[in-house]
Design a protein around this ligand. Structure first.
Ligand code: 13P
Length: 265
């Protein structure tokens, strides 16, 4: 069953106090939302995931207990199991503190930290081995889109990053399409551009793994998704949710995005 997911990537933002305030407000809103708004309206509540900086993982995991409907994940993990890697964090450690997701291949990691296909595939392997759900990011740069290469760029990223694995592994992966030109720029992909790329991604999966897994995999959109445009983006059949950056730091905006996901089925 395909999951509807709204995820907040906090990136390198917020002090501990600010993080606690944001998460506390989100928790209250989620509790009220589940108790009142959704009473009797079926079970299409989106899964909410927050990706705080590593330092705040345990605090957030302790806060979101039981059935708040909020999961916690890390923004990255290292590509080795353990060892002399000063300053790094292993997938097994992330799992051991109770996190359930990890973002892999975010364009900021690819471009600013030189993370390439081979290394990202190693990270995905370790994430799965350690019981984490990888949120694997893909997306083209503006010149690649302008040159008409965006479908091929995304296909290559996916082929190297995740489409080599066994079916039962791929079933545990979430994909996020984040066009680089839309990240943090205020320039969102149009609903048609998002739908067209998500359909392309689903077709790649269908061609290699068959209909059932293609239908079940969740594909999120990221890149200047906000309270205003989320509804239109989520109304597309292949856009299963969002990976939200800036707007996830404002509880009202993030919560509106969660509601837009739920309203759009
Ligand atoms: P913005 O929503 O700030 O554009 O960031 C998107 C993103 O990079 C989420 O991972």
């Amino acid at each position: 069953m395909r999951k509807k997911i709204v995820a907040g990537n906090w990136k390198m933002n917020l002090s501990l106090e600010e993080a606690k305030t944001l998460a506390g407000e989100l928790k209250v809103k989620m509790d009220q939302y589940k108790d009142t708004i959704l009473e009797g309206s079926g079970n299409n509540i989106p899964e909410v995931v927050i990706f705080p900086p590593y330092l705040y993982l345990t605090g957030m995991i302790d806060l979101f207990v039981h059935d708040d409907g909020v999961s916690v994940g890390a923004q990255n993990c290292h590509h080795e199991e353990s060892g002399a890697f000063t300053g790094e964090v292993a997938a097994s450690m992330i799992h051991s503190v109770g996190a359930s997701y990890v973002i892999i291949g975010h364009s900021e990691r690819r471009s600013q930290f030189g993370e390439g296909d081979k290394l990202l595939a190693e990270k995905v392997k370790l994430a799965l081995k350690n019981g984490l759900t990888p949120v694997f990011c893909c997306g083209e740069q503006l010149p690649e889109r302008e040159a008409g290469k965006h479908f091929q760029v995304v296909a290559d990223q996916l082929l190297h990053g995740v489409l080599w694995m066994e079916k039962d592994q791929l079933e545990r992966v979430v994909i996020a399409y984040e066009p680089v030109w839309a990240i943090g720029t205020g320039k969102t992909a149009s609903p048609d551009q998002a739908q067209e790329m998500h359909a392309h991604i689903r077709k790649l999966i269908r061609d290699s793994y068959g209909e059932q897994i293609a239908e079940n995999i969740s594909i999120l959109y990221g890149g200047s998704c906000n309270a205003k445009n989320a509804g239109e983006l989520f109304s597309n059949p292949d856009v299963d949710g969002g990976l939200i950056g800036g707007a996830s730091l404002k509880v009202e905006d993030f919560f509106t995005i969660i509601k837009r996901r739920q309203e759009n089925g």
